[in-house]
Write a protein that binds this ligand. Structure first.
Ligand SMILES: [Zn+2]
Ligand SMILES: [Zn+2]
Length: 298
């Protein structure tokens, strides 16, 4: 397995020389997308999606990055929030950052106002995670570069650590990465970026997020099919021509990482009914309350 510190240092050293050449067949771009990503994936948990970017299309990124996405929140650096290692070849630094996806915010608010919004949200994250923020540096970061993206990354930095090239070591990087991924998990459990006055019950909010996450839905439908586990209605059979299954995923166990036994498939009506129960995990109680029969089609 490639070393995260060694690969990071190599990219910082080679980027100024190779970024003038075409991105498409650059060995450095391949190093970023393959070795660097693999080194990052080694430090990740199974629910993290790890991505590395050398640039987009034909253009080199001024700030190459390696990101850890929790699939409950995002699978793209443009939106949501995530942990990222940002390289500034110009400053010869690597910055580990708990960050907010800047592009979605910049698109919605414009550049100047978007950066102000990002800085405000980053401050909110520090307030929500004071215990974690205290372990790290919460001051502004300087990534160099001239383009819009580095300015967005700087504004969206909540807290983290900047390493100068000579100080890069696997021990420090892995310890900080581990702690920052724990902060990421706590931010999700505490309501993410939603203001606390909108999150009456963080556990219910998390359950809603888990039930609608694409990877959880895939897992649940693959394991249990598309019929409602209470009344038997199969949305795909009952409504001809409906491409998207009308049935929904219900979380039986309060966990952010459900297995097949932690989820059930319910039609929207039964789903609403079970959430209204005192115990939203009591499938037997829901079945006892059923007063209608669905015929089999055909
Ligand atoms: Zn549910
Ligand atoms: Zn049902």
């Amino acid at each position: 397995m490639p070393s995260l510190a060694d690969t990071t240092a190599e990219i910082l050293l080679r980027h100024p020389h190779e970024a003038g050449r075409p991105l498409s067949d650059s060995p450095l771009a391949a190093l970023i997308r393959e070795e660097w990503r693999a080194a990052g994936a080694e430090a990740a948990a199974s629910h993290h999606r790890v991505r590395a970017s050398a640039g987009r299309g034909r253009a080199w990124a001024q700030v190459p990055w390696l990101a850890w996405f929790d699939e409950l929140i995002t699978t793209s650096a443009q939106r949501g929030f995530y942990v990222v290692l940002l390289l500034s070849p110009e400053r010869a630094t690597a910055t580990l950052s708990l960050a907010i996806g800047s592009e979605a915010v910049t698109r919605a608010f414009g550049e100047a106002r978007g950066r102000a919004v990002l800085r405000r949200r980053a401050a909110d994250v520090r307030d929500r995670l004071p215990d974690h923020a205290a372990r790290f540096d919460a001051g502004p970061i300087d990534l160099g570069g001239t383009s819009t993206l580095p300015r967005g990354y700087e504004a969206s930095h909540c807290f983290g650590r900047t390493y100068a090239l000579p100080d890069l070591s696997d021990a420090a990087l892995h310890a900080d990465l581990h702690a920052l991924l724990a902060a990421y998990a706590d931010l999700i459990a505490r309501g993410g970026l939603l203001p606390p006055e909108l999150v009456a019950d963080p556990r219910a909010a998390l359950a809603e997020r888990v039930e609608s996450a694409p990877h959880v839905r895939r897992m649940a439908f693959t394991a249990h099919g598309h019929a409602c586990a209470a009344c038997g209605l199969d949305g795909r059979l009952a409504y001809a021509g409906t491409a998207d299954p009308v049935t929904e995923v219900h979380l039986l166990t309060p966990t952010a990482r459900p297995g097949t036994e932690d989820v059930a498939i319910l039609c929207p009506t039964c789903h609403a009914a079970i959430h209204a129960q005192d115990d939203p995990a009591d499938m037997a109680a829901l079945r006892r309350r059923l007063r209608f029969v669905v015929g089999t089609p055909g």
